[in-house]
Write a protein that binds this ligand. Structure first.
Ligand SMILES: NC(=O)c1ccc[n+]([C@@H]2O[C@H](COP(=O)([O-])OP(=O)(O)OC[C@H]3O[C@@H](n4cnc5c(N)ncnc54)[C@H](O)[C@@H]3O)[C@@H](O)[C@H]2O)c1
Length: 341
């Protein structure tokens, strides 16, 4: 029975790691993948680059998803207190790894020749195997991803890792301000997924909204919308476009049922978007059979009401106005600058 391990920060996990882990898994009876983490050190690595801090729990989830059907692979997480790589105590780290594995280690895997003398010292009885020290198979490193940003190396990220980096753009506004068209067009331009307004789907099913929507419909709408958001984010290509969120649902609950719902407020506290686009009601009102507030003065009043609701929540949004072409142009520009940030 041979036991081996491969350790790393996996900050973030990439296809080079996947290659190394799968190759190592074929060379031993039992492989341990060790996630070494220290919040201080890992935060400073991330902030020195172009990625948000990736908590250890997220990295552990990725490794767990990756290895869940690899019967001879186990993932362990080991924390240390080092503030940077230079401060990392390899000897202490080895002690913790031995303890966690709890059986003799036959092979220590890595793709980093610089670790060879260290491993010789701290694992004198184990064999060392370098998996792809020239990084010929999968030419990528986590340092490069952090330095240049995940979007530059998107194809080197495993599918379970991508959603963490996906930017969420939400498009809000009152009736007939071009939200659903803008959402779909942005998704086409950025070649990605989008979420349509679930309230519309619900009203289509009911055959209308005015006078027949019940307060609980808005809860159903908010839950269903969040589920669609989750799915669209899983499949997104770097960015996902979302038509409407819980504050707009609250706005509609007030408009149709004269009820402000605590649940919708709570949902709105949990949501996090990278960019908010608030559409002005300055395009022609289109009667689609579901809309009822077409008078321009009413549209403007409603817009103001929604704006106030966003302001009260401290949301920072970009106001989008003009004809359809101008709206698309300014939205594209804002999304591009978000992606390059
Ligand atoms: N104490 C110990 O015994 C021990 C052992 C190993 C690791 N560690 C910890 O892990 C850290 C090392 O993590 P890291 O950030 O250098 O590794 P990492 O998270 O970037 O990579 C993990 C492993 O994958 C390999 N790898 C990376 N890119 C690859 C590619 N493109 N193709 C093939 N293989 C690839 C690396 O060589 C490494 O062996 C150390 O600083 C230490 O904290 C400790």
């Amino acid at each position: 029975m041979t036991v081996g391990f491969i350790g790393g920060k996996f900050l973030p996990l990439h296809l080079g790691h996947v290659f190394a882990i799968t190759k190592a898994a074929c060379m031993v009876d039992e492989l341990y993948v060790i996630l070494s983490h220290s919040e201080k050190r890992d935060r400073s690595h991330c902030s020195a680059g172009k990625v948000d801090y990736i908590p250890a729990q997220i990295r552990l989830r990725w490794l767990s998803q990756l290895t869940k059907d690899m019967e001879n692979v186990h993932v362990l997480s080991i924390e240390d207190e080092a503030e940077n790589d230079q401060e990392y105590d390899w000897q202490e780290g080895a002690k913790a790894i031995r303890n966690a594995i709890g059986k003799p280690i036959d092979i220590v895997f890595s793709s980093e020749p610089a670790y060879t003398p260290i491993f010789k010292q701290i694992y004198p009885d184990s064999k060392q195997i370098l998996l792809d020290e020239t990084r010929e198979q999968i030419p990528i490193s986590a340092t490069k991803i952090r330095k240049e940003g995940p979007f530059m190396h998107w194809d080197f990220l495993p599918d379970m890792v991508k959603p963490f980096f996906v930017k969420k753009v939400v498009i809000v506004g009152t009736e007939s301000c071009g939200k659903s068209t803008l959402t779909r067009y942005l998704a086409k331009i950025f070649n990605t997924t989008y979420v349509e307004e679930y309230g519309r789907v619900a009203c289509d099913e009911l055959g209308g909204c005015d006078g027949i929507l019940l307060p609980e419909d808005f809860q159903h709408i908010a839950y269903s919308h969040k589920l669609l958001e989750h799915k669209a984010r899983q499949n997104a290509n770097k960015v996902v476009f979302i038509d409407t969120e819980a504050i707009v649902t609250q706005y509609y609950s007030k408009l149709y049922c004269d009820q402000e719902q605590m649940l919708l407020d709570e949902i709105s506290k949990l949501q996090k978007y990278d960019l908010w686009l608030l559409l002005e009601p300055d395009v022609k009102w289109v009667d689609d059979g579901l809309r009822v507030h077409g008078e321009q003065s009413v549209r403007e009043e409603n817009h103001l009401e929604l704006k106030q609701m966003l302001d009260q929540k401290g949301i920072s949004y970009h106001e989008i106005k003009g004809n359809y072409g101008e709206r698309l142009g300014s939205a594209v520009e804002l999304v591009r600058s978000l992606m390059n940030r």
